[in-house]
Design a protein around this ligand. Structure first.
Ligand code: IPE
Ligand code: IPE
Ligand code: MG
Length: 241
């Protein structure tokens, strides 16, 4: 029996966030350079998007490059950025066909010009799609996002556009990159690391966390189904009894 058949269609997470980790180790195990792992991670993204679309998941966020990842060797950063441009170019027709709307969160302005251009083009081309929203987190970190939100709030207060007394959880949320998207129900991290690495810290306040030892380039539909099945077995209490 396929894992997929056991999934309860009435309890599909509305938003799944994914920390795609383990590309470097996957390559190393094969005696290859780290970038070989990143290249092979693209197939895992493809499968995850396809599986999410088929199951009716509405929002999917991929952590692709963190603020801290800028501190990796320049050669790895450069190759990652060109890989990103290539992947967006290659995948956009498929996204269009599958009804996927692409979006990005993070400090997009800090990316190389070519990346921004490809990204904006893909975002524009897919803007009318409604089946599945895919968000790529690029040059993203939660602490950056929160500081950025605070700065923008301070500006509005300074210009008398916002009364500090009005600031509450829902106002604050509007200043986050994820404004308009429901918080993740489920967060998946691959590669066996048990940490969040600065990802969506505000938004995952009540998310269910799922960690798998599978390295990202090996992640396939069946692993995605397993994560959802695990999620569906949990009792979410949100602080209540
Ligand atoms: C995840 O794989 C991809 C990015 C962070 C860009 P890693 O590159 O972190 O691979 P490991 O964790 O070193 O194996
Ligand atoms: C988290 O992975 C960032 C992304 C997946 C983009 P890292 O490999 O950068 O995280 P750490 O360094 O293991 O915490
Ligand atoms: Mg890593």
């Amino acid at each position: 029996m396929d894992f997929k058949d056991n999934i309860n269609q009435d309890k599909i997470p509305r938003h799944i966030a994914v920390i795609m980790d383990g590309n470097g180790r996957w390559a190393k195990q094969r005696g290859q350079q780290r970038i070989f792992g990143h290249e092979n991670g693209v197939q895992a993204v493809r499968e995850t998007v396809e599986a999410a679309g088929e199951l009716g998941v509405k929002n999917l966020t991929f952590y692709a490059f963190s603020t801290e990842n800028w501190c990796r060797p320049k050669s790895e950063v450069d190759t990652l950025m060109s890989l990103l441009v290539k992947a967006i170019k290659n995948e956009t027709p498929e996204l269009l066909e599958k009804g996927v709307r692409l979006n990005a969160i993070g400090d997009i302005e800090s990316l190389p010009k070519e990346c921004i251009k490809e990204l904006n083009e893909a975002i524009h081309i897919t803007r009318n799609n409604t089946r599945l929203n895919v968000y790529v987190a690029l040059s993203y970190s939660s602490q950056w996002e929160i500081v950025n939100a605070v700065k923008n709030i301070a500006q509005q207060v300074k210009h008398n556009e916002l009364d500090p007394e009005e600031i509450d959880k829902s106002v604050f949320q509007k200043f986050l990159q994820t404004n308009g998207t429901p918080d993740p129900d489920l967060l998946i991290r691959t590669s066996g690391e048990l940490r969040l690495s600065n990802f969506l810290l505000w938004q995952i306040a009540y998310s269910e966390l799922y960690f798998t030892p599978v390295l990202w380039p090996d992640f396939r539909k069946k692993h995605f189904y397993q994560a959802i099945l695990d999620y569906q077995r949990r009792e979410r209490r949100f602080g209540k009894t």
